[in-house]
Design a binder for this molecule. Structure first.
Ligand SMILES: [Zn+2]
Length: 226
């Protein structure tokens, strides 16, 4: 005899097996197809040829096909990003991978922006990277001091600018200054730009007082400080 508990279990098992595709899976596959084809203009016909899921299901799920594209950041909505936002996203990928990011990586976390906005703004991904490097290498070796922080007689603000972070990470070869760990060798490694003498203890946000640390060395350091 089969008890009620077992029936419930079987029902749940069957349900899980047929469980619907999540929104995230659909969005991820749209981005994957866009990245593979090198275009943000994914028509339903194109998706039917290259995608993993039923295109009419995607349209129904998000309301319309165009809505789905918009959510995947492949928009026809032509969302405008500032250069700073586009460059910030490049830096976060560069920091995450410990090397120059590849175009296809725009479609994967931690990227917030797909390749469409880069193509619209710079013409191509390689032109975007070139502009980014020019921007990041232009001279600026201290963080600007915001008004609210100038009261306590600091020369610099706490948060290093994008340029400063890129300079520190590049100088340190995108590897932890303490243990040498690098995301280029081990994708688990996460890098941080750290104040050598903490800002709270009077350390300034200058290139000489900043270093690259991995999460575990960074954590170890703050434990020591406390
Ligand atoms: Zn480390």
């Amino acid at each position: 005899m089969v008890g009620a508990g077992v029936e419930l279990l079987m029902f749940e098992f069957a349900k899980a097996k047929n469980s619907p595709v999540s929104d995230d899976e659909m969005v991820a596959d749209l981005r994957k197809v866009a990245a593979a084809l090198g275009t943000t203009k994914i028509t339903q016909k194109l998706y039917r040829q290259h995608g993993k899921f039923d295109d009419s299901n995607i349209g129904r799920r998000f309301g319309t096909w165009n809505k789905a594209l918009e959510i995947a950041g492949l928009s026809i909505s032509n969302q405008q990003y500032s250069d700073e936002q586009l460059f910030e996203n490049i830096l976060s990928l560069w920091q995450h991978h410990g090397r120059q990011p590849k175009r296809a990586e725009l479609a994967e976390p931690p990227s917030d922006i797909s390749q469409g906005p880069y193509n619209r703004r710079f013409g191509s991904w390689s032109a975007a990277l070139e502009q980014f490097v020019d921007y990041a290498n232009s001279s600026e070796l201290t963080a600007p001091n915001p008004k609210e922080e100038s009261l306590n007689q600091r020369k610099t603000g706490r948060d290093p600018s994008l340029r400063l972070r890129f300079k520190v990470l590049s100088r340190d070869n995108f590897a932890c200054k303490q243990c040498g760990a690098s995301p280029a060798k081990n994708p688990e490694v996460e890098l941080h730009v750290d104040h050598i003498l903490p800002w709270s203890k009077g350390g300034e946000t200058t290139i000489d007082n900043l270093q690259t640390l991995c999460s575990s060395c960074n954590l170890g350091k703050s434990n020591l400080t406390e």
